[in-house]
Ligand binder design. Structure first.
Ligand code: ASP
Length: 309
């Protein structure tokens, strides 16, 4: 047993001033602190990092403030198509789903893919059939679509653009994917990421979130990583694995690796987004190239912190 546990969660990166578009800073803080408290209880009870990241992401998916599960952004056809993935650091098992509709908690469907073990990623109709086979909770389209998302899509269409979650039609950006990374009492790391993707995206578009090594990665020998930002930039830089490689090959800790990862993202593709990391020693860190990153953490069983910037 390791001495302690750590947990870090995020609810998207972007421009802080855009938070008011959907909800007050207080609402985001309240939900982040509540989810950290719920996750802490489970980690203290000895639950696995994998169970806890799935649980925390479930809570984020169920909250319409965030761009995942209920309240996901809409694609060009005003439909919700969600991506999610999670990874277990002790054996590198991973599960992912992409372009899924009507699944209440995509991260739990990704967990079923991981547990089933034959495949790493299922897409679209095949994923939905698998969800029915697993008796995953399904919801009608109306459950996912909120008035705020319809308005956001109309604005993006009027501007003829594909945009990030919460993004106003202006240069400043705010992203909205959710994620969690945990280290449990046995020292195991796990990471999970879930999203509705980009506003007004083409239907069938796959972002970084469900791609192991891009939007999510976990390895007990290095760190756990969950990212948020323009998915195409994270795919092209194999972002989450690059951060793990900074730990593996350069011996960096969480803070150095998160910072180096964002520097690499900016240098290579002028990337916009943020990342949360827990390293093998249980140290928590976050970094972003946007002005804000909604996140909160508990490092080595200490007090809970929440930061929006
Ligand atoms: N990374 C997500 C995607 O491109 C979006 C986000 O993080 O808000 O699908």
């Amino acid at each position: 047993m390791s001495q302690s546990y750590s947990l870090i969660i995020h609810g998207g990166a972007g421009a802080l001033e855009d938070l008011k578009y959907e909800a007050s800073e207080a609402e985001f803080r309240k939900s982040i602190i509540a989810i950290l408290a719920a996750g802490r209880q489970r980690l203290e009870n000895g639950e696995s990092a994998l169970d806890v990241v799935e649980y925390c992401v479930n809570l984020l998916e169920d909250n319409p403030l965030y761009n995942a599960g209920k309240g996901s952004v809409l694609n060009e056809n005003a439909q919700v198509e969600m991506d999610a993935a999670l990874m277990n650091g002790s054996d590198l098992r991973a599960g992912a789903v992409t372009c899924v509709k009507n699944v209440k908690n995509p991260i739990s469907l990704a967990r079923q893919v991981l547990e089933q073990g034959d495949h790493v990623m299922l897409a679209g109709e095949g994923a939905l059939e698998f969800a029915k086979f697993c008796q995953a909770t399904l919801r009608p389209d109306e459950y996912f679509i909120t008035p705020a998302r319809l308005k956001q899509l109309a604005e993006a269409k009027a501007a003829g653009r594909m945009t990030l979650d919460h993004e106003r039609i202006k240069p400043a950006q705010k992203l909205g994917t959710v994620g969690a990374v945990a280290q449990d009492l046995n020292g195991n790391l796990a990471a999970a990421t879930s999203t509705g993707g980009l506003v007004n995206k083409r239907w069938g578009r796959v972002g970084d979130t469900p791609v192991v090594g891009a939007g999510v990665f976990a390895d007990n020998e290095t760190c756990g990583v969950s990212a948020t930002g323009y998915g195409e930039q994270f795919l092209r830089t194999v972002f989450a694995k690059t951060i793990s490689d900074f730990v593996y090959f350069k011996g960096m800790d969480a803070a150095a690796a998160a910072t180096a990862g964002i520097q690499y993202l900016v240098a290579k593709v002028n990337g916009e987004g943020g990342v949360i990391v827990i390293d093998k020693a249980g140290r928590c860190s976050a970094a972003q190239s946007t002005s804000g990153l909604i996140h909160g953490w508990i490092e080595l069983g200490g007090e809970a912190h929440c930061k929006l910037g």
